[in-house]
Design a protein around this ligand. Sequence first.
Ligand SMILES: Cc1ncc(COP(=O)(O)O)c(C=O)c1O
Length: 445
Amino acid sequence: MASQENRELTRYLELTPKSRAKWEEARNYLPGGDSRNSIFWRPYPVFLTDAAGCRVVDADGVERLDFINTMTTMMLGHGPAPVMEAIRGQLERGVGYNAPNEHQIDLARTLCQRIPSFDLVRFTNSGTEATLNTLRAARAFTGRNRFAKVEGGYHGTHDGVTVSVRVDPARAGNPANPTPVPASAGLVPGVTEQVAIIPFNDSEPALRILEDNAADLAAVIVEPVLGSVGMVPARAEYLTMLRDFTRANGTTLIFDEVISYRVAPGGAQQYYGITPDLTALGKIIGGGLPVGAFGGSREIMELYDPTNGPTVSHAGTFNANPLTMLAGSATLEQLTPEVYRDLAELTEELRQGIRGVGADLETPLQVTGLGSLFGIHFTDRPVVNYRDIAAGNAGLRDRVFLGLLNEGILMASNLVGALSTAITRQEIDSFLEAFHRALARNIAG
Ligand SMILES: Cc1ncc(COP(=O)(O)O)c(C=O)c1O
C-alpha cells in the first residue's frame, strides 16, 4: 500500500522543513544539492549541523543516533577528545607545508607495524586515490594491463574500477560469469575491456574466469568484506583461492581495506590470515579528516621512491598533511585490540537483535557483517554475494530507512551501518526498538 509510504513520507516532511529549504537552495549551485551522490536519498537528504559522540543533529534540530558514522569512518564517534586535541594543537603551527612533516612518520610506522602486508606505505587524500595507485603499481610491477574485480565491489570513483558496482542484475548476465557493466557515463573508452568481473564468494566460477584471463591480469582487487554495497564478509576459502591463484600466476593481489580495516588492528588480512601484495586504506586512519593510504611489499612500493627514479609518479598537494596525520595517529592510538573486540561483540548483539525483530514480525531478513560492520537485507535467501543483495526487497528497505530516520536513527540508505565506541548497550536497545517500530509500520508495503 502506498498509504504507509505516504505516512512515513509525510512524517519525514514534517520533521525536516529546514533541510528541505537548504536542499532546494543548494540545488541552485550544486547538481542534486550536494557533492556526494552516495549520500543522496529521496525525497531529499537531511543537512547535518552538529555531531558529538554517537549523536548527529540536523538543520531542524532533530537529533539522531549515528549508526553509519560517516560511511564507517568515525570509529571513535564524533569529536573524540584525543583526536580533537591533536588537531587543535597543530592548527597554530600550520595546516600544510611544501616540505615533509614528521607526523606522517608516526602514522606510517603504526600502520607498518600493524598491517601484515605493509613494508612501506604512501598517503593520499582519499580511498579512491589509494585504490588507483594500487592498480597503477600492479601494472608497473607486472608489465600487464588488465585486472579482475568482484561484481558489486566498490573501490572509489576512478574510471578503471567504475565497472559492475551496483549493477542492475538484468544487465549483468550470468551470475557465474558476469558481464562487465559501466557504472557511470563518461568513462574512458575501453574501460570494460580492461577488467574481468568475478563473482564474490563463489570460488569455482571465479577461478575459471581468472584462469581464462591469467596471461594479462596485472592484479586482482577485492574487498575482504564487500563493504558499501552490503557488508558481506568473504569466505576464507575464497580469499585463499585468490591468494593461491595470484601467487601461481605472478598477479598482484590487492586488498581494498578502506572499510574492512575496521575488522582488526591489522585489518581483515590479519583476521583471515591471508596477506595480499598491496592494500588500500582510507576512512578511519585519518581520524575523520580526508585520507587514504596504500602500501605493500618493499619490492613494489619502491617503484615510488624518487631516489630510484621513480618509476611510478605520485603527488598530491594535501597528501600526508600534518592535521590528517596527527588525527590519524591519535585515533589509532585509541584503537587497541580490546576496543576492536568489544565493539565487535556489541555489534554481534545488534545483529542478533535485528534478527530477533525480523523473527518477531515474521519478516524474512538477513543480517550480514563482520567486526563493527553490519548490513540488513530483506530477503529469505542467505546473502553471500552481490546478486543476493540485489534480490532483496528494495521497496521495504527504502521505507524502513525513512522510518528509521523518523525514529531518530541514521544509517546508510541501503541499510548498512557501522558502530562507534560512543555507542553503548543503551543505544543498541534504542536502535532495536526503533527498528521494530519502523519495520512493523512498513511491512505491509
Ligand atoms: C572499499 C572502498 N574503497 C574505496 C573507497 C573510496 O574511498 P573515498 O571515498 O575516500 O575516495 C570507498 C569509499 O566508500 C570504499 O568503501
